[in-house]
Design a binder for this molecule. Structure first.
Ligand code: SF4
Length: 360
């Protein structure tokens, strides 16, 4: 029975959970669970970019890897509108499948439509393979094209990512970090996917190179109609590329809104703190950085109530703490499709930043 999903969505994640067991004692029995991703839901429209942002350990990378089944989920759904798996004999153009329950054979086929760009190009490219072999691999795995057709596609892919086709016989170590990430992008693009999950694709690069790679990703999105889930650890990285942004804290989405609303008018104190670290281009504008107290608590033993209450600068004001420390705030729509998990979202006056233009 095909699943149903939002008609405008390419990907719809519902109630995704990933709990890692912790074993202890002489018998190595399961003694606890790390709730790395706890009931996360969001959707991505075709052709848009959803930024998924939060500090290290918030679960954002686990979300991306679980959708791709590089990590097996604990529960939930990741519905995807697939063309490859549609039954063309029944006149279907697309069909909705749950990526989290696909068998091995269908999972392999759907890799043509869903790809990943990894954070560290140094470890994601095999140092013993030439660029030609790295880029030929996806075609060979899926049995696509003759040798000369693959070579033509590789030359085209290298041009698409701003590298010279003559570089195909070189090895990864002969390239700079930025060039290696371009090779990683070319590999993700090889099979013309619809959806790319980019896991912190610029965070291992020099700041001077980050902008170039972000611009390349934006250009490729326009050229090929790609849809991105863009994972990042701060809001300044995704500001020019995202249509909507989901902010995660300790395994949960705490705010999800259009980039414009989230940057200009944040409703969650954690989003405000992340925004205060976004550099402002105007030298006349002075913003005070909000330094959150303490470290991110362990997901092994998350705080009760609102998970952010141990660090929230607003929880201690008035008599809020009683509710903040005991009641779990639901992610709710506070208007204009801005979803916030804070009991006091309507009464807090939080500071945003001027909205950046999306790079096109
Ligand atoms: Fe802060 Fe309380 Fe809102 Fe959580 S519910 S973000 S602790 S004010």
């Amino acid at each position: 029975m095909p699943e149903s999903m939002r008609p405008d969505a390419l990907l719809e994640v519902r109630n995704l959970c990933k709990y890692f067991p912790v074993f202890g004692g002489i018998l190595r029995r399961k003694v606890a669970e790390v709730k790395a991703v706890d009931d996360v839901s969001f959707f991505v429209r075709e052709g848009e970019t959803l930024g998924l942002v939060g500090e290290s350990g918030c679960g954002k990378t686990t979300v991306g890897r679980t959708i791709l089944r590089l990590i097996e989920p604990t529960s939930g759904q990741a519905l995807f509108r697939s063309s490859i798996l549609a039954d063309k004999s029944k006149g279907e153009e697309t069909t909705v499948v749950d990526l989290l329950t696909l068998d091995k054979e269908r999972l392999k086929r759907i890799r043509r439509e869903v790809q990943m760009i990894f954070q560290d190009p140094n470890s994601s490219l095999n140092p013993r393979m030439t660029v030609r072999d790295i880029l030929a691999e996806p075609f060979e795995i899926h049995g696509i094209g003759s040798k000369s057709e693959i070579d033509d596609r590789i030359a085209e892919l290298l041009k698409n990512v701003g590298l010279r086709p003559e570089y195909r016989s070189r090895y990864p170590h002969q390239f700079s970090g930025g060039q290696r990430q371009r090779i990683g992008i070319a590999r993700a693009l090889a099979l013309r996917p619809k959806l790319i999950i980019a896991d912190e694709p610029v965070s291992a690069l020099d700041v001077s190179i980050q902008g170039q790679v972000l611009n390349l990703l934006a250009d490729l999105q326009e050229q090929f109609g790609l849809t991105y889930v863009f994972v990042a650890h701060n809001l300044s990285v995704v500001e020019h590329i995202s249509d909507r942004v989901a902010v995660m804290y300790l395994g949960k989405v705490v705010e999800l809104a259009s980039a414009e609303d989230l940057y200009r008018n944040p409703k969650h104190p954690y989003t405000e703190a992340l925004l205060s670290a976004v550099p402002v281009a105007d030298p006349d504008v002075r913003r005070e950085r909000i330094i959150l107290q303490g470290n991110v608590p362990s997901p092994l033993n998350p705080p009760s109530g609102c998970r952010f209450h141990t660090r929230c600068p607003y929880a201690n004001q008035g008599n809020r703490m009683a509710k903040c420390s005991t009641e779990v705030p639901e992610l709710r729509n506070v208007g204009n499709d801005q979803w916030v998990a804070c009991h006091f979202a309507e009464e807090l006056k939080l500071q945003g930043v001027e909205v950046p233009e999306k790079t096109a």
